[in-house]
Each structure stands twice: as C-alpha cells, then as structure tokens.
Design a protein around this ligand. Sequence first.
Ligand SMILES: Nc1ncnc2c1ncn2[C@@H]1O[C@H](COP(=O)(O)OP(=O)(O)OP(=O)(O)O)[C@@H](O)[C@H]1O
Ligand SMILES: [Mg+2]
Length: 309
Amino acid sequence: MIQVEHLTKRYAGFTAIQDLSFEVSKGEIVGFLGPNGAGKSTTMRILSGYMPYTSGRVSIAGFDIFEQSVEARRHIGYLPESTPLYHDMRVHEYLRYRAALKGVDGPKITERVGDVLEMCSLREKERAIIGTLSKGQKQRVGLADALVHDPDLLILDEPTIGLDPNQIRQVRELIKNLAHRRTVLISTHILPEVEIMCSRVIVIHKGKIRASDTAENLLRNHRAAGVVRVELSQPPSDVLSILSALAGVKDVSEEKTESGTRYHLRTDAEANPSEDVLRIAREKNWHLTELSRRKPSLEDVFVDLTHGD
Ligand SMILES: Nc1ncnc2c1ncn2[C@@H]1O[C@H](COP(=O)(O)OP(=O)(O)OP(=O)(O)O)[C@@H](O)[C@H]1O
Ligand SMILES: [Mg+2]
C-alpha cells in the first residue's frame, strides 16, 4: 500500500529525513515512533502528497505520489499534526465542503457526510460551529474529514495528542474499528497505545529508520533495560556502590521515600539481579522493605534506540 524508497527531505540546508526506505502492506496498522524532531510529520506530509521531497520515490496503492498525485491522494485519508479546520463553519458544512473538494460525487456527499458523522460520534454536534467545539471534538472532525472520501489508507499524525484519557480511548476505539478494511500509519508518543493497536512499529530517529518490527520482536531481540526496584529503610552509605557493581546492572538512581530510600537499577534485558540483592541484604543485614522487578517495556526499547547520538 505504501512504498518508500530512499526518501530524503532537506529544508534550507537541514536534512530532516535521510534515505528512508520502508513498505506498509495492505491491512497493516503501523506505529510510526520517534522523539520530537525525528522526522515523523515531515515523512507523513510527504506520503500524503502535501509536501514535495528532495529525492527518492513514494508510491501509494501503486501510484507515484508526485507524478500521479490525484490518483494516489484518492486512496489517502490524512490527519495532519495540527488540523487546519475552518473555525467559523458548522461541522456538517465543513465536511460537505471537504467531501466536494476531494471529489466525492454530488449525490453521494450527503450519504458520506452522514456516515462519517456517525463513525466519529459527531451526530449531536453536526450543527455546531467548529470554533466552539472541545479539542477532542475538533480532533474527531479532523478524523471525519480524513475519512469522508472513504480512503483505504489512513495517515494519522498524533491523533490522540492533547486529548483527555476518555477521549483518547474513544479515538483509539474508533481507529481500531476503522482499521478493519483499511491500512493505517499512525504516529504517536503514547507507547502503550502502540502495543495495543499496531501490528508493527517503525522507529525513526534523526531522520533515519532505527527499527521496523512487531513490538513483540523488538522486546525480544533488543537488549532493552528492565528495572529492579530496591527499597531500604536505613541504607548504609555503601549501598549505591554495591548495587551499581552487580552483574547486569547498567545504572542506579536513588530516590528518598517516606520509609527510607528507593533504588532503581536499570538492567540488561536478560539480567535479574534480584537474587544477588537478596543475598547481600541477608549478609549485610540491610532492612529491605521492597524488592520488585519490571520487565523491559516498549518504552525501554524506544529509549535505547533513540537516546544520545
Ligand atoms: N518547514 C520547515 N522548515 C525547516 N525545518 C523544518 C520544517 N519542518 C520541520 N523542520 C525540521 O525538521 C525536523 C523534523 O521535524 P518533524 O516535524 O518532521 O518532526 P516530528 O518527528 O514530527 O517531531 P514531533 O514529535 O515533535 O512532532 C525538525 O528538526 C524540524 O525542526
Ligand atoms: Mg510531528
């Protein structure tokens, strides 16, 4: 559905994305991850045909995004990072206008607008002026806009940004439902969201792809850090150096708590220094008040892939 080959974009001397190549197959829901400034929005704008690239090739449903832009864009529903809504229009007027602009046949417009109002739970707001809607409702209008010409590919740039937890759930449910017969590329900073929704993850950092795999495989194959939490009620002065020296421990941070001091040990994926901690606590008569281990998460993989350089 999406084919990207050696895509590069330079803004006035600054290379925002460099030599990106990836594919997204029909029916996939792919999470597009990366820290601020990684190049996600740049890539998505290019894929949607809203911005020219410097070099490379992009094809959408077999159509070149540059040379066959009209055909390619017919397949794409794009939700930009900040939705450029017309704030003084009513919701249904705006969607009719957008449908016409996107080439939906006159007689079909009413039906399509009705469908997307329904899908995005906007029925009761169809006569509202867009400027009076809440952020989450505006975001849903943006989604309805992306869907109004019934595209089979959705490119969604942070669709849940700025929403409250209830709205995030609603939008996430909506996207999951939409995905049944569509392909979705979605950028987000909410990693648990990715684990719930996406069949694959592409991690981009400084304009280059760092990983492309299922979340499961990323966790299995990457030497991501786990965390062991140790709390002592009366820590002797040498605790930090002892914990830091344990096998598999990458670094240790400490935190004062009501009942003592808590140490966070970041470990290699396979390492589990809990037994060592227990043994030393016994030997040295430490007052251990907590010992727990958290397995590596997608967040740990993300941090490992994108911190530093
Ligand atoms: N119009 C522009 N002119 C110059 N530089 C730009 C322009 N748009 C983006 N950039 C730069 O390109 C880089 C990538 O930006 P982009 O918006 O693609 O990042 P992003 O991954 O979407 O980040 P975020 O998570 O913050 O949305 C950034 O360093 C940004 O400053
Ligand atoms: Mg962005």
